[in-house]
Design a protein around this ligand. Sequence first.
Ligand SMILES: C[S@@+](CC[C@H](N)C(=O)[O-])C[C@H]1O[C@@H](n2cnc3c(N)ncnc32)[C@H](O)[C@@H]1O
Length: 275
Amino acid sequence: MHIVGEDLNMLIRKIPSGHIIRDLRNTLIPSGEVGEYIKSMNSRIEKIRDSERKSHTSIYSSETLYSSDSWLKKPIKTVQELVPHFKGYNNLRVLDLGCGVGRNSIFIADKFAENGCRIDCVDILDIAIDKLQVNSDELGVSDCIHVFVDTIEHYPIIIGTYDLIIAVSALEHVESKEIFLNKLREIRDGIKTDGIVCLVINSDVREKNKETLEDLEPQFEVNLSTKELQSLIDDVFSEWKTIKRTVSYQEYDIPRDDVTSHLTTNVVTYVGQKL
Ligand SMILES: C[S@@+](CC[C@H](N)C(=O)[O-])C[C@H]1O[C@@H](n2cnc3c(N)ncnc32)[C@H](O)[C@@H]1O
């Protein structure tokens, strides 16, 4: 939760002095320091979002969807594998959270446009949504694509609406663990019977300055351990049929301000079906 200005002052006044409170990571904070603590949390989120905005803007403005050597080269394999599950569906309803320039949603639209298909695409960045619209026009699927410049945390998921919800490398960018968990529950509840959820989430992320090997703060708002992430997913989707549940170690370089960061991560993939 981003708390600023008057709201922040009101919150601080409500906490009696001399109390110790606990944050979501179990850090103890004396009540007198809550104001500073919340400000530092807000500034951490702002810093991460600024860094993410710069790295995404750079790639979205320099690389072309499906004809690039970057990760925009093709839809992810896990999304490609979902197509047979929806064979024969009419009017497929899909939600793509943190959709970027449409790497996965345009692929799905292309496969299902003939039988009617609506994909709600949400991204925090104007440039992602602008490029998504251009790409979907060029690839002839713009009728299926509905765009929202919004945050994942703010975008409301209406209960029982979707046949498929995907969130690829996006949910770890909500503001806090608490919001992350609530969003997982909202995603679960937003799916129709027989519908599918496809989540790809980074965990245990570490970043190091590539030159000096100095540790850098991972630019991920929510950086859970792999074990905790899997346990949260297992709890929220406990009644569902698991189609895929994998962890894959990955490492790559990423530009961060004026340094190159070497990033290592355990990417957790979960595909589940509501019975
Ligand atoms: C690594 S990219 C992945 C894009 C897309 N899912 C794909 O697989 O090509 C992450 C995307 O999530 C978006 N994003 C990050 N934080 C977000 C948030 N809080 N709400 C909405 N979108 C967010 C970024 O702007 C970016 O386009």
